[in-house]
Ligand binder design. Sequence first.
Ligand SMILES: [Zn+2]
Length: 497
Amino acid sequence: MTKEQALSLIAQKREAIRALNMASALMHWDAATSGVPEKSLTARSAAVGWLGGEAFGRFIAEDTLQAIETLEGVLDRLDERERAMVREMGRKYRKIKAVPTEEMKEYRALTAQAEPIWEKAREKNDFAMIQPYYEKIFDFQRRLCDWFGYQKHPYDALLDDYEKGATVEMLDGFFAQLREEIAPLVKMIGQRGSAPREIKGAFPIAKQRGLTPWLYSFVGFDASRGKVGEVAHPFCITISRDDVRITTKYHEDDLLSSLYSVIHEAGHGLYEQNMDASLESYGLDDCASMGMHESQSRLYENMIGRSRAFAGVLLPKLRELFDGFGDWDAETLFRAINIARPSLVRIEADELTYCLHIIVRYELEKALLAGEIKVCDLPGLWADKYEELLGVRPPDNAKGVLQDVHWSAGLVGYFPSYAVGNAYAAQIMQAMRKTVDVDGAVGKGNLAPVEAWLCENIHRHGELYRPDELLRRATGEGFNPAYYVAYLKEKFTELYK
Ligand SMILES: [Zn+2]
């Protein structure tokens, strides 16, 4: 195979795989947002399964490897984008091939069974129901570590799957800093007597729907190249670069839930919309990593959306749409959107305590993969760690070890990406502030300078660089969690002094 034949073969495959994935994504969107008929599940699942199989089959075929190897042999004759394409394709291909096909099939069937069992176990507060599934899932994950290979800790093999380059060594250092600096701060806040004023009342959903376009436009999400839907659990899905769809869920008694989910998902959407169009033909129109994607949503949600400057522009908008804000001022609103308190449930956690919830999961996954603890130890260890880090102990397993879907879905090594994303966001923000007056832009209600900086330094590059390299180019240094720790300490010490 010549270099030209290899490039042309990959281009053909990519076009077909893109079309197949687009069809699956549209079916997924339809099922999640439009209230499809109850009995449509079977036929749709079969079709989605077939489409996925077709895409997978094309990718994993022998000639893909021949094309990759041909291009790997002529790297010095490829341009930067072609080299990145070969690097990413080679990485994905070899990871998939490392896993015996039969074992992978069995594992897919296992997790498909485990998810509904997990739902029931949580409902019934019965860990024993899911325990045998978790045991098999972690057994498989341990074997996966061996198939993928690792240098120091088996967990490294899984971490790298979600966060390229992440290792136990890197994360141990990161989480130790959080443990040392943030856990005492959280405990201090928990013991405070006077609580900030809270936003309470009924907020008609029709009016909340009216706020959504203002929110995503504020972020810069381009509604002519995307849309917003309503779902049970908000997400962002890319049909194509010019069709990026975000979602939210409205709660009449909780204004902030939808408000911040729109800002969060619009932050994800912006990343997708701003990738350079030319990356598509190299298959590099993807995020640098899960953590980098999450850094973009959290930067908008927390660092901008929960800033003093944003409270100043949000208040008049809330007054315009809802009753009950007449006697509020911007400072009171700033405090109300930043209430921090130790809690039991990760997805309801505030900006400050969130990372501690991740540490619990990180330490348990790491110990399970190293064979230091067993699945049956999880409920007790989970409760102990919550008590130690957050000062709260779950009353039962439903509010404890059974709260996340991840393990039953077979996602092991995913959690740290959330915390890493927060830390990337803080590092990116401090670099941006050197040349962009972020608070000034927020105060004027014009985030164009923020978007322009992010587009230039992060968004447009897609998957061209690995996350550490992207971070180095954007901020002048590799991953440095000190910015995140300092940001949290400064913000919340001031808020709760
Ligand atoms: Zn997110």
